[in-house]
Design a protein around this ligand. Structure first.
Ligand code: WTA
Length: 667
């Protein structure tokens, strides 16, 4: 009830914020928005002209051409066709050449208090050039794939930028992924280079990344007899001494030893706007991760523009995004968006609770962070520890807060607003996806009132439509499937090596629209509130996880005959995973076996995908045609036993009674 009442709260923009904001009113936004939709060539052309282009795009043609309708031909998306540029040049050289080389780019804060580094734009450029030269020396050229498996040391964004500089396609794999997942990603794009790190300390835990790399490369060899030609390991002496690192002579190379002697100047590879920039694997409704591909020109313009307007970025700001570069948020709002704007940002290697639950607020005070961007799950877990950890640190530098990754409930929103932001800072609840490249639906912080839990209105160039069951666009207040009409510059162009799957996943259900996979509600004033995924994807602590992938990891354990996983509401993580497992005939259901099965998921995917609960299921509810009725399992996991609906069409309705009985016994 309280939560419902709070949802109705409308929070006006503080006058002090509006007065200095880039976009000061809804009317100003409406005018710009109208132009972005009706005349994209002028709107995006003006913005893109602020970057350096070796050759301008063909201005005699529309700035964008696309086909979203598979009945008319293959799906295609092109922006700034004929233009040549380089995103690394625009993120680094441009600032140095224009006299901003001494501005701080990265304020790096290590896991341990006291570990810190300060890198100017000139420093980052030099380091990037050295690595770019080294990669070239190893034969890496435009179009080659480079896999990056690293913790949040400055060398991670530097590695991404170095790839972009020479036209290599980076594929960053989040450091929390297992050897099995890393191997799958290396093999899918046949990346000939792996950039990694000896180890990392996160909180009081050490993670031996090199051991995972060794295992992953062994798997690559076993599965497809493939070994990357270069395996460059960053020596993270803070986490583990060199002498303790397992070494494969002839294959492994120490980053610092190899790169040190390379020149700090490296020519830029000029890229056509539609040349690939990076791949990022993400989970879909079916098992195998998808290699989402973004291209140079459109992504560059969109990353920079969303950063500028959504975060109301102005010179002097200190930005901090707590994401990891292994996810899209870290790509767009650590590596590229801030750097393209010449911003100063904090990059943090550690975790929010170490060495104490004050760590984040301490960092905000220390670096005088003015814009802070994080995930709702982190806000909820810090809220649970009480205000005292927050308020003992000076947060007067903060002027804007943001969230991303999942819906934020009103209670957490209000706490973030009142306690962290002292009621002074607007909150931008930003909705977007790996595939969208940048923020899509979001408040512009000086322009309109906020509503806890609502992402509000579309960004420039984005035309959301809400479709009903039949795929008909609805007018006015409504609820339905969130789709996007028309192309925006930052959108993915394909899935690596599988354009067919790209078309099937996003453009087939309702030809003519990009289908997001999310449900939403729209109010009379146009505000959009996201209501969660409508496919088999769960969002655990902001991590997007495929149900299919979890199920196949569960069944990789020899004792599991059949499994079905569903999402359930979780106070801190947003959603948790609840797995029903049917064991192989004759195997005894023990607690130890549950641990073993969880370990199988940790091995196949990573710790973040391990189910919160495993329930033994003598059988699973299935239709007569053998389809598992997940709807019923979701109700059982949520203890909503009275809402199971009609179970008479099941092949064996008694299965449901058994599952309910066990669940009731446990809770
Ligand atoms: C969810 C993360 C509600 C959504 C940038 C989307 C959100 C998926 C929000 C993409 C938000 C992201 N409110 N839901 N503000 N932001 N989501 O690809 O379900 O890791 O489809 O990209 O996260 O997750 P991804």
């Amino acid at each position: 009830m309280a939560e419902e009442r709070e949802q109705k709260v409308i929070v006006p923009v503080p006058e002090a914020f509006r007065a200095q904001a880039l976009i000061k009113s809804r009317q100003q936004y409406e005018e710009m928005y109208k132009q972005s939709i009706e005349d994209p060539s002028t709107f995006w052309g003006n913005i893109a002209s602020q970057f350096y282009w070796k050759r301008k795009w063909d201005t005699s043609k529309p700035i964008c051409s696309y086909n979203f309708d598979i009945r008319q031909g293959p799906v295609s998306i092109e922006w700034f066709k004929g233009g040549y540029t380089n995103i690394c040049y625009n993120a680094l050289d441009k600032h140095v050449n224009e006299g901003r080389g001494d501005n701080v780019a990265i304020l790096w804060e290590g896991n341990q208090v006291g570990q810190e580094l300060r890198l100017t734009y000139r420093d980052v450029l030099k380091k990037t050039c050295q690595l770019a030269n080294y990669l070239r020396k190893r034969g890496v050229k435009k179009g080659d794939r480079v896999c990056i498996y690293m913790p949040m040391v400055p060398e991670l964004p530097i590695a991404m930028l170095a790839c972009a500089r020479i036209g290599a396609i980076h594929s960053v794999v989040f450091g929390g992924f297992s050897a099995e997942s890393l191997a799958g990603r290396i093999l899918d794009c046949k990346s000939d280079v792996l950039l990694s790190c000896s180890a990392v300390q996160r909180g009081n835990k050490a993670l031996n990344l090199k051991a995972i790399v060794d295992e992953a490369l062994m798997l690559c060899k076993q599965k497809e007899n493939f070994t990357p030609g270069t395996c460059l390991i960053y020596d993270n002496a803070n986490a583990v001494p060199r002498s303790k690192v397992n070494w494969v002579a002839g294959r492994d190379l120490w980053w610092q030893d190899e790169v040190r002697s390379c020149s700090t100047e490296a020519p830029v590879e000029w890229m056509e706007a539609e040349d690939p920039l990076f791949l990022l694997y993400t989970s879909g409704s079916t098992g195998k991760p998808k290699g989402v591909l973004h291209t140079v020109g459109g992504y560059m313009v969109y990353a920079a523009t969303t950063f500028k307007y959504v975060f109301d970025y102005q010179p002097g700001d200190v930005f901090w995004c707590t994401a990891d570069c292994g996810w899209i948020t870290g790509h767009t709002y650590i590596c590229y968006g801030p750097m393209l704007n010449g911003a100063t940002q904090v990059v943090f290697e550690g975790v929010p609770m170490y060495p104490s639950p004050s760590r984040w607020w301490e960092i905000i005070e220390k670096y005088k962070v003015s814009i802070f961007y994080t995930a709702p799950t982190a806000i909820r877990s810090l809220e649970a520890l009480g205000d005292k950890h927050v308020i003992k640190h000076d947060r007067s530098s903060l002027r804007l807060l943001g969230t991303v990754g999942e819906a934020i409930n009103a209670k957490a929103w209000l706490w973030y607003h009142r306690v962290v932001g002292e009621g002074r800072c607007p909150i931008v609840d930003t909705w977007w996806q790996t595939e969208t490249g940048g923020i899509m639906i979001t408040p512009l912080p000086g322009a309109w009132c906020l509503k806890p839990g609502s992402a509000t209105l579309p960004f420039f160039g984005v035309e959301p439509v809400v479709l009903d069951q039949e795929g008909k666009p609805q007018d006015g207040p409504c609820a339905g499937y969130l789709c996007i009409k028309g192309a925006w510059p930052g959108m993915a162009r394909t899935l690596y090596g599988d354009h067919q799957r790209f078309a099937e996943t996003y453009f087939t259900t309702w030809p003519g629209y990009y289908v997001t996979g999310d449900g939403c509600q729209r109010e009379a004033n146009g505000y959009i509130t996201l209501t969660g995924r409508v496919d088999d994807v769960v969002n655990v602590s902001g991590h997007r996880i495929s149900i299919g992938e979890v199920e196949s990891a569960l069944t990789s354990h020899k004792s599991c005959a059949e499994t079905a996983a569903v999402a359930f509401d979780h106070d801190v993580k947003g959603q948790g995973i609840y797995a029903f497992v049917t064991l192989v005939e004759g195997v005894s259901p023990t607690e130890k076996l549950k641990d073993e099965i969880k370990a199988a998921v940790r091995r196949e995917i990573g710790s973040f995908a391990v189910p919160d609960v495993i329930q033994w299921a003598p059988g699973l509810p299935k239709t007569r045609s053998g389809k598992i009725m997940r709807r019923i399992l979701r109700k059982i996991a949520a203890n909503q036993f009275n809402e199971l609906g009609d179970t008479s069409s099941l092949a064996d309705p008694a299965v449901v009674d058994q599952l309910v009985e066990t669940k009731r016994g446990n809770t």
